[in-house]
Design a binder for this molecule. Structure first.
Ligand code: UTP
Length: 278
């Protein structure tokens, strides 16, 4: 089954990137020559996603303007123009509003009116993946084979721990090759990724392919909760009741939602021959 729709939530406060993100959405900060969110949009469109739902708020309308206004053709390379034009002409981009930053799962729930009853891809745009092929090819293959909700995994080395937030920690059991059964999803904590391990660690990475039952799980968690509706409790309940598959991605992933990760992503572009710019 081809996945046709993708959700990209971009309405968060971005406190880890304060003060710059008070005026410029962190999703619009550039990595190389493009805003970081464009990499997630291209990851979706390269795979053939037909409809991309981007969740914004009234202070982030610059994201909508960036994608939907005519690019300044004279000032950017032909390939860059081609890609921006492709995105705005061939892919349906839908912008929906989360009026208050009530948490990532709340933002995802806003897309339900568009996603309806179909499996969908979820991509967090402050996390960037440098890879020759879109993550969605391999994630959808695994999704179709195992018929379970699939979350991406990435391997990080001890020198890179400080580049990631203290989240995405998972217990895994290998099934085959790059495919794992997820045994536990740990709670998110503030600060940088903490681990005593001297070896590389496999952690979650912000790409998923999910059945639409994900929206039911969001509502079940919402009904038990007063504060922010984060994604982790939703994934934990889903894991408990249905099981989930983890899939190790190719390429190099960075958490551009914090300053060190953001800088590392830019350094990667400067130092590598793999050119993410289309
Ligand atoms: P983060 O977990 O990085 O949250 O969200 P955040 O609030 O933006 O950042 P910090 O932790 O305060 O620095 C991952 C993605 O989900 C979106 C964000 O915009 C980001 O792209 N998000 C988060 C929403 O759309 N709404 C929310 O309420 C929270």
């Amino acid at each position: 089954m081809k996945i046709k729709r993708a959700v990209i939530p971009a309405a968060g406060l971005g406190t880890r990137m304060f003060p710059i993100s008070k005026t410029v959405p962190k999703e619009m900060l550039s990595v190389g020559q493009k805003p970081i969110i464009q990499y997630a949009v291209e990851e979706a469109t390269d795979y053939g996603i037909e409809t991309v739902v981007i969740i914004i708020n009234s202070e982030k309308e610059i994201i909508e303007r960036y994608f939907l206004k005519e690019p300044c053709l004279d000032y950017i390379s032909d390939r860059a123009v081609e890609h921006l034009k492709f995105i705005s002409s061939k892919v349906e981009l839908i912008f929906l509003y989360q009026n208050q930053p009530k948490g990532l799962a709340d933002a995802i729930s806003i897309s339900m009116e568009i996603i309806k009853n179909e499996p969908f891809a979820l991509l967090l745009p402050d996390n960037i993946l440098f890879s020759d092929t879109s993550s969605l090819y391999i994630l959808s293959e695994v999704f179709n084979k195992y018929k379970r909700d699939v979350s991406a995994l990435t391997k990080i080395y001890p020198v890179e721990f400080k580049l990631f937030g203290n989240s995405g920690k998972v217990e895994l059991e290998k099934i085959d090759g790059r495919v794992y059964s997820i045994k536990e999803i740990k709670n998110k904590e503030r600060g940088v990724f903490v681990s005593n391990s001297c070896d590389p660690i496999i952690r979650g990475f912000a790409r998923h392919i999910l059945f639409p039952h994900f929206f039911d799980y969001i509502e079940r968690i919402r009904s038990d909760l007063n504060g922010e509706l984060d994604d982790v409790p939703v994934f934990q309940l889903l894991l408990k009741e249905k099981g989930m598959i983890g899939c190790l991605l190719d390429g190099k992933g960075y958490d551009g939602g914090n300053l060190l990760g953001y800088q590392a992503a830019n350094e990667f572009i400067q130092n590598n021959v793999i050119k993410p710019v289309k």
